[in-house]
Design a binder for this molecule. Structure first.
Ligand code: SAM
Length: 236
């Protein structure tokens, strides 16, 4: 399958791990773009709330029909209700509706962020949202020498492309700052035989909250926060 489909399948696989079974009720995807991940996430039986966030309102407006219920959904009714919200907003904003999230996904998003926005990401996800699991994917620049006529960047909008070591450094800085979390690495997109040392085309950081952390601070979460995001569409 194409690389983007491999990424969606890998995300679905990670979230379906036994250790999260029945625990992921609210899932937020940042940089959701065309809402393509929706069909994968709605299959998860534990999910009751899905939030999709992107700064590009036009893309969201153009794709929002993808979250409408299909007639097939009425034939295979879910055991739990599913509420879906599509918001125009930035991953750098602390919106009130982000609190009490169980899983966060950002597929090929961080390399599109300016340093100022990127620097806010750890606090938004791990300081405010405190999910069980966070999946972040980004291009692996070690792999770029395999592209013919490579021009320095895979996409003109990329603000950077990180080697495995650069990405791992950023992730370790995050887990040092938020010690409740451990990070694991994986990836998708194999190169040709003989290029194994370059790693996968897309690298993936999986942040998992340590289950040994006690004293969950669920007390009045988000009281001082505001609704920053603009609602584009919702489905119940
Ligand atoms: N996740 C998508 C997928 O798997 O198909 C692809 C993501 S696309 C390469 C990057 C997306 O990030 C774009 O839709 C862009 O509008 C969005 N984006 C850029 N800056 C953002 C920000 N600060 N907050 C949220 N989304 C942002």
């Amino acid at each position: 399958p194409p690389l983007y489909v491999q990424r969606y399948c890998e995300v679905q696989k990670i979230l379906s791990d036994d250790k999260f079974k029945g625990k992921l009720r609210k899932v937020v995807e940042f940089g959701c773009s065309e809402l393509s991940l929706f069909v994968y996430l709605k299959k998860m039986p534990s999910v009751e709330e899905l939030l999709f966030v992107d700064i590009d309102r036009d893309i969201l407006e153009g794709n929002k029909r993808k979250i409408e219920a299909l007639s097939a959904d009425y034939l295979h009714l879910r055991e739990r209700p599913l509420n879906v919200f599509v918001y125009e907003g930035s991953i750098g904003s602390k919106d009130r509706r982000l609190v009490n999230t169980d899983a966060v996904i950002a597929i090929e998003l961080i390399e599109h962020l300016y340093p100022e926005t990127l620097s806010k990401v750890p606090e938004v996800i791990f300081g405010l949202m405190k999910p069980q699991v966070t999946i972040i994917t980004t291009p692996n620049s070690d792999f770029n020498i395999l592209f013919p006529n490579f021009s320095g960047s895979r996409h003109p909008d990329h603000k950077f492309e990180w080697s495995r070591s650069e990405f791992q450094t950023w992730c370790s800085q995050v887990t040092s700052r938020f010690p409740d979390y451990l990070v694991e690495f994986s990836g998708v997109g194999e190169g040709p035989p003989g290029s194994e040392h370059l790693g996968p085309c897309s690298q993936i950081g999986i942040f998992i909250k340590s289950s040994f952390v006690s004293g969950e601070d669920k007390a009045a979460p988000g009281v001082e926060l505001e609704d920053v995001f603009q609602l584009v569409h919702e489905e119940h």
